[in-house]
Design a protein around this ligand. Structure first.
Ligand SMILES: Cc1cc2nc3c(=O)[nH]c(=O)nc-3n(C[C@H](O)[C@H](O)[C@H](O)COP(=O)(O)OP(=O)(O)OC[C@H]3O[C@@H](n4cnc5c(N)ncnc54)[C@H](O)[C@@H]3O)c2cc1C
Length: 414
């Protein structure tokens, strides 16, 4: 039996372990934390084939500059002379064009649809209960500017074969009768779904441990050794771990892990916040994205989770209450009778999206090391794309035909 070591126990590392274990590999996961928190826990739980436009897209730069001067804005790049940020920014600028968006759309759609199918299959497995609901998501807009943008994106989605439907304000109200709405309309992406990520993470860890995957918690990889184009061991302080093949799935920390092996994987952490609200009388049954505010609203586990903001900068543990206030203040603009209080700092979750400069994930084998695969850079879509990523990692490591094209996701593209 071949053995694989996976560095990082987020949703991407766990799904890589899941498919490798299924196809007969002996698998060990090395995780620096205790697997009770990382970006994969507090996210908005949306499975989004509708997101076929990468973050690096025309319009983002202009919008980003405008938002930089608003302390409550949903997008912020912390100005800094950090060479990693400068290099990332230049690559982002280069990628943010129409051709890149066109080229990426089909590849992202296929990856997302594969993932959604795998989630649907997983739900049939008795070991897994993760609040999966196949109700789509609503892109709610209030202004004609966003109506135009959303209509245009929906037309493109339909031309890509995705199930999207334009709704007037009245149609939105009929669909969500238990909550007052102040919107101009919405696009309902029936192709999307949602789940409860915290429950999924726990179910995956339990399943993997039962299935024989060894998970080493509190085991940060601090050194990687290699000889003749092959990784030979991963070292965590005084312990060393050896396998036939290694997978780097360290999320926003991957650049630091890659550096241990002399590799360059450009990535910046994109910090986001979320919090849960108890408002059963205002139950939304269908998750929504509030377009102008860039806020996510997801019913999960009997509560509603609000999420948002993207702060591109270094990994840090501070909670920026101004940005959380920005999320809170946007809620009644769309749901006038819903005015949640600013949560206490201790009730605010934050996590770091691993953002590649071109908005595409890194999935595939390294050119530099024959026995290394990379699985990261999923940005805003890591939960959504995780099962497909895990399956593709298993396929490339078994040298079988991949279930979806990965040519655009090469980890060697920079
Ligand atoms: C507010 C918010 C909302 C979001 N909403 C959605 C959504 O609705 N849908 C969606 O698809 N995505 C969403 N995302 C994005 C999604 O959460 C991420 O893309 C995804 O969780 C990334 O998973 P990962 O496994 O790559 O990283 P992580 O979950 O961060 O896991 C990486 C792991 O690697 C470990 N690690 C790091 N360094 C080392 C080391 N040296 N040795 C060992 N282990 C190490 C870390 O401790 C961590 O556990 C959202 C993100 C945020 C912040």
């Amino acid at each position: 039996m071949s053995k694989a070591i996976i560095i990082g126990g987020g949703i991407i590392g766990l799904f890589s372990a899941y498919y490798l274990n299924k196809s007969g590999w002996e698998v060990e996961i090395l995780e620096q934390g205790d697997l009770t928190d990382n970006a994969s826990f507090g996210n908005a739980g949306m499975i989004v084939p509708s997101h076929f436009i990468p973050l690096a897209a025309p319009g983002m730069i202009e919008q980003g500059f405008r938002w930089m001067f608003n302390s409550k804005s949903p997008f912020y790049v912390k100005p800094s002379l950090n060479p990693e940020l400068i290099g990332w920014g230049l690559k982002f600028l280069k990628a943010a064009n129409k051709q890149h968006v066109e080229r990426s759309a089909t590849a992202l759609r296929d990856l997302s649809l594969l993932s959604k199918k795998l989630y649907t299959d997983l739900e049939q497995d008795a070991d897994f209960d993760f609040g999966f609901a196949d109700k789509g998501i609503l892109m709610l807009f209030k202004t004609s500017k966003f109506e135009d943008e959303e209509r245009h994106t929906a037309e493109k989605a339909i031309s890509l074969g995705l199930d999207a439907q334009y709704l007037t304000a009245d149609e939105c109200r009929k669909l969500q009768p238990d909550i007052e709405l102040d919107v101009l309309g919405a696009v309902h992406y029936h192709c999307d779904a949602h789940l409860y990520p915290n429950k999924l993470m726990v179910a995956l860890v339990n399943h993997l441990e039962k299935a024989g995957v060894r998970i080493h918690r509190n085991t940060p990889v601090t050194k990687i050794e290699h000889i003749d184009g092959k990784i030979t061991r991963a070292i965590s302080n005084d312990k060393s771990f050896m396998a036939d093949t290694y997978v780097m799935a360290g999320g926003a920390w991957t650049p630091a892990i890659a550096k241990l092996a002399g590799l360059n994987i450009p990535l910046m952490p994109g910090k986001g916040y979320s919090f849960m609200v108890d408002e059963p009388q205002h139950r939304m049954t269908i998750p929504a994205l509030l377009c102008e505010a860039r806020v996510s609203v997801t019913p999960m586990n009997g509560q509603i989770r609000f999420g948002g903001t993207m702060e591109i900068g270094k990994i840090n543990q501070q909670v920026n209450m101004n940005r959380v206030a920005g999320i809170v203040e946007s809620i009644p603009q769309y749901f006038p009778d819903f005015t949640p209080a600013l949560p206490r700092q201790k009730d605010i979750w934050f996590g770091f999206r691993p953002c590649s400069p071109d908005g595409l994930p890194y999935i595939g084998l390294s050119d530099k090391y024959k026995n290394l695969a990379v699985a990261t850079g999923h940005g805003m879509m890591g939960l959504s794309l995780a099962p497909a990523t895990g399956k593709l990692i298993d396929e490339v490591m078994n040298s079988t035909l991949p279930s979806a094209s990965i040519s655009q996701f090469s980890p060697n593209r920079y």
